[in-house]
Design a protein around this ligand. Structure first.
Ligand code: AMP
Length: 312
């Protein structure tokens, strides 16, 4: 894309809001261990989506969360008026990656202040047209969504924990969203089907108009009523930490859609490329280190490389 066209996308203020977790993550990879780094589903999502314009986030942190983190969010164009600071500890999650990077084991999840979180959307957020419900309890996702006055596109993410313990709520959520983003294992857990197409078809019957199934380093599939698209992951030379790859994929995908305000099948396919290119920066560092380093021109360059890679 030409620099001028890109600049006009950025000048436009996006109408995007996301709700999810802000966290301290402890991560073990085959090479390294990092304790209590900044993480959370909405954190990764926002650091990706902000590449397309400003957005608002909704979540909760404890009083152990440094104010400097929230200032940094603001400096990057991530509005934090919807982030509540509650008495208690911030959500914590820890996970370990096996040698193949594709298998991740959750070692611990501590909901802490997130357990009784009641999301309150700031006025600008209630008017948002694009809504991303990042990984969180489905009841929290639905309470946030209920406050948005006239959403044009609502996409939700989820995780094995919620499929295990909140399946009823999750099925209710599926009836209220246009898009669902989940990984292969979660698609299997939720639908009972191993075959990707069968799993997606069953999930589409439950409400959403499209489902995106992420397959880690093997890429992502978009399956909708009138669109089908598959894309490999961008081949990163050195993976440092895949945590947040799914959320930053969603951030690139939704950020692009919110910036162009279009949902036709060709735009959805381009959004898949933006999601994939954005996620590739996330895995190049721990926490948000990889995403913080990116600017528009590097993202555009990777988008073009990926487009060239999949064009005959
Ligand atoms: P991803 O690698 O895209 O699946 O996202 C990982 C991020 O999600 C980490 O930064 C965690 O803090 C956060 N996370 C992990 N488990 C949960 C959960 N059950 N609900 C919400 N967020 C979570």
């Amino acid at each position: 894309m030409r620099a001028r066209a890109w600049a006009s996308i950025l000048r436009r203020s996006m109408s995007l809001i996301a709700v999810g977790t802000l966290a301290f993550d402890t991560i073990e990879t085959p090479f390294e261990r990092r304790a209590e780094v900044l993480g959370g589903s909405v954190t990764h999502f926002a650091h990706a989506a902000r590449l397309f314009g400003p957005l608002e986030i909704v979540g909760v942190v404890g009083n152990d969360f440094p104010a400097a983190h929230l200032e940094r969010f603001r400096a990057l164009g991530i509005g934090v008026d919807g982030v509540e600071v509650a008495r208690g500890k911030t959500f914590r999650w820890s996970g370990r990656y096996e040698q193949d990077w594709n298998t991740r084991r959750t070692l611990d999840t501590q909901l802490n202040v997130f357990e009784h979180f009641d999301p309150r959307l700031p006025a600008a957020g209630r008017r948002a047209r694009f809504v991303f419900l990042a990984n969180a309890q489905p009841a929290v996702q639905m309470r946030a969504l209920a406050q948005v006055e006239a959403p044009r596109l609502v996409v939700a993410d989820t995780m094995n924990l919620w499929i295990d313990i909140k399946r009823g709520e999750l099925e209710e959520l599926l009836r209220k969203v246009h898009g669902l983003v989940l990984n292969e294992e979660e698609a299997h857990m939720l639908s009972g089907r191993r075959n990707l197409f069968q799993a997606a078809r069953l999930l589409l019957e439950q409400g959403p108009r499209f489902v995106i199934v992420k397959k880690g380093e093997h890429g992502a599939f978009l399956l909708g009523r009138d669109v089908r698209f598959a894309l490999p992951a961008y081949p990163v030379e050195e993976v440092v930490d895949p945590t947040g790859a799914g959320d930053s994929f969603a951030g690139g995908f939704m950020g692009y859609l919110a910036s162009v305000e279009n949902l036709d099948p060709a735009t959805l396919r381009r959004a898949m490329l933006y999601g994939t290119a954005t996620a590739s920066f996330c895995v190049e560092g721990f926490s948000v280190e990889g995403l913080e380093r990116v600017d528009r021109s590097r993202l555009e360059a990777r988008f073009n490389e990926l487009a060239a890679l999949v064009t005959p």
